[in-house]
Design a protein around this ligand. Sequence first.
Ligand code: SAH
Length: 225
Amino acid sequence: MRIDIITIFPEMFEGPFSESIIKRAQQKNLIEIRLHQLRDYTMDKHKKVDDYAFSGGAGMVMMIEPVARCLETLKAERIYDEIIYMSPDGDLLDQKTSNKLSILKNVVILCGHYKGIDERIRQHLITREISIGNYVLSGGELAAAVLVDSVVRLIPGVLGDETSALSDSYQDGLVSPPVYTRPQEFSGWKVPDVLLSGNEKLIENWKHEQAVERTRKRRPGMLEE
Ligand code: SAH
């Protein structure tokens, strides 16, 4: 999968994309992430990419021209399956969406800033809008990093068996059961006996019961679905 990210703060991605699973996915050539500095696509001599809103009021709005020029350049090279705008009022990101996105080939992610982006970008140039939650961030970069992380770990070959995504929360309509590791006892707090029993069937049943119970308590809506 190739992911092109349009941003005015490309450095914000350095940390999240240069560690752990996303780093390995790039090294294994399972994903290719390209960061594009939006300011490189403005004709303005001061590299301005935002301007005052026509309505007046506080906050700057990101202009359509640099975004359109950047997208034109990218689209001349390949066909994109989705051009996503990270937006607080977009479709709420969930595991189903990440699963669907993980089988795409080419994706663009546009990060907004300031007061948002000119509405005409959203109407004419964007194919999809995604929010990571009902709260407002200062920019789309952190949201885009969250989206990329949740998608990349689902691409076949990215995770080894030991971290298989299939057993994670939401993948089978349930949240994960609790997990334990050594020591067997700490400050009198014990690991449930069943997990030490060696009886695979009992352990499987216990995990399933725990997952259902947790889902009922924490995400009752999921069981209804
Ligand atoms: N004035 C806008 C908020 C702009 S926030 C409004 O009230 O809707 C600036 C940028 O941060 C947005 O353009 C968007 O790209 C990003 N952003 C903020 N919150 C987000 C969220 N919850 N999910 C995804 N992107 C978000």
